[in-house]
Design a protein around this ligand. Structure first.
Ligand SMILES: NC(=O)c1ccc[n+]([C@@H]2O[C@H](COP(=O)([O-])OP(=O)(O)OC[C@H]3O[C@@H](n4cnc5c(N)ncnc54)[C@H](OP(=O)(O)O)[C@@H]3O)[C@@H](O)[C@H]2O)c1
Length: 304
């Protein structure tokens, strides 16, 4: 497993991981269990030690006995994060991503547990980019609207004791997990064409950097809304070109497209780059360079 060597800058308090079966949730659970081996995780389709069933369609956290077991905070990583699905199934996804999430937050707060909600750069309209932590939200997708609504309403429930972690695109170095860079490398390695938009601009971040930053913010008691992303801003097209170069593959395998050409129910925001101003003020936080990550992932596919 990629995460077991992760040395955290600071130790987070005992934390329940809501959505422990997902891409981010499973990585957080793995790392946090190195510190608190009995911390609780929740999932719908996963069994295991101290994993409890919680469905956001009708959340009930009483059986988890979180306070009794010493939990102080909760990472809310359960959601339906698929942009197309949110557009097509507005009612159902809203029940999970907004109503159920707010109900879960209420239950956590009434048990004295600080909620940490994971939001997205899709709360912005993508017109200007370089959004700071306190920039005004103006989502143009249903997914973004659902995230923005929880961002806005969490304070009514939790008063000042909450944290919103606003992520850009998160990726890992693990071969075959189909996250952002792995997917590009895998297509290129098999001789396929990577379609990459020249006008899709965002702030990616390596998953281990996300975990380290969040653990640090938890240990420091940070509240309110914070952008958690790398200070590097990338075009999807440039990422693909750099991956091809690192793999020694000709750039003709990269098809330069416009985001407008992608057939989609939802018009996607173009420039969702964020400035992690609050995070950058924490001098201990470090960011792995994206070019270095590209080289590592390229090597995953060169050494087969
Ligand atoms: N990954 C990124 O790049 C990124 C970027 C920005 C924001 N985020 C946000 O970060 C969070 C985690 O993202 P991720 O990439 O880890 O997503 P993911 O891999 O799709 O995981 C989503 C989790 O939500 C759970 N879930 C789905 N429907 C549920 C329901 N009705 N009740 C309870 N749990 C449910 C899933 O578990 P089961 O289906 O097993 O129950 C799974 O554990 C999401 O809120 C996402 O919007 C992620």
């Amino acid at each position: 497993m990629v995460y077991n060597r992760l040395k955290l800058y600071k130790t987070p308090p005992k934390t329940v991981i809501i959505g422990a079966s997902g891409f981010l949730g499973s990585a957080f659970l793995f790392t946090y269990r190195n510190i608190h081996p009995d911390c609780v995780g929740t999932a719908r389709k996963l069994d295991g030690y101290n994993i409890f069933y919680v469905d956001l369609l009708s959340p009930n956290i009483a059986p988890l006995k979180l306070t009794e077991k010493g939990h102080k905070e909760a990472l809310i990583l359960a959601a339906i994060p698929k942009i197309e699905r949110c557009e097509k199934e507005k009612e159902l996804t809203r029940k999970v991503n907004v109503d159920g999430t707010l109900e879960l937050i209420k239950q956590l707060v009434s048990e004295g547990i600080k909620p940490i909600f994971f939001s997205s750069d899709y709360v912005f309209d993508g017109e200007k980019g370089n959004y700071e932590d306190d920039a005004l939200t103006n989502p143009i997708t249903e997914y973004g609207r659902q995230k923005a609504e929880v961002e806005a309403r969490i304070k009514d429930i939790a008063k000042d004791n909450y944290l919103v972690v606003r992520l850009g695109k998160v990726f890992s170095l693990k071969k075959g997990d189909n996250s952002l860079l792995d997917e590009m490398a895998s297509i290129l390695a098999s001789g396929g064409i990577v379609k990459a938009a020249f006008n899709q601009i965002f702030s990616p971040m390596l998953i281990s950097d996300v975990i380290n930053a969040v653990a640090y913010l938890q240990a420091k008691g940070t509240t309110k809304i914070i952008n958690v992303c790398s200070p590097e801003v990338w075009l999807r097209y440039d990422l693909a070109l750099e991956m091809a170069k690192a793999m020694g593959i000709e750039s003709k395998q990269i098809q330069r497209i416009s985001l407008d050409e992608i057939a989609s129910e939802a018009k996607r925001p173009k420039n969702t780059s964020m400035i992690p101003k609050r995070l950058l003020s924490e001098k201990q936080i470090t960011f792995t360079s994206i070019s270095k990550c590209i080289k590592i992932i390229a090597k995953n596919y060169r050494d087969i």
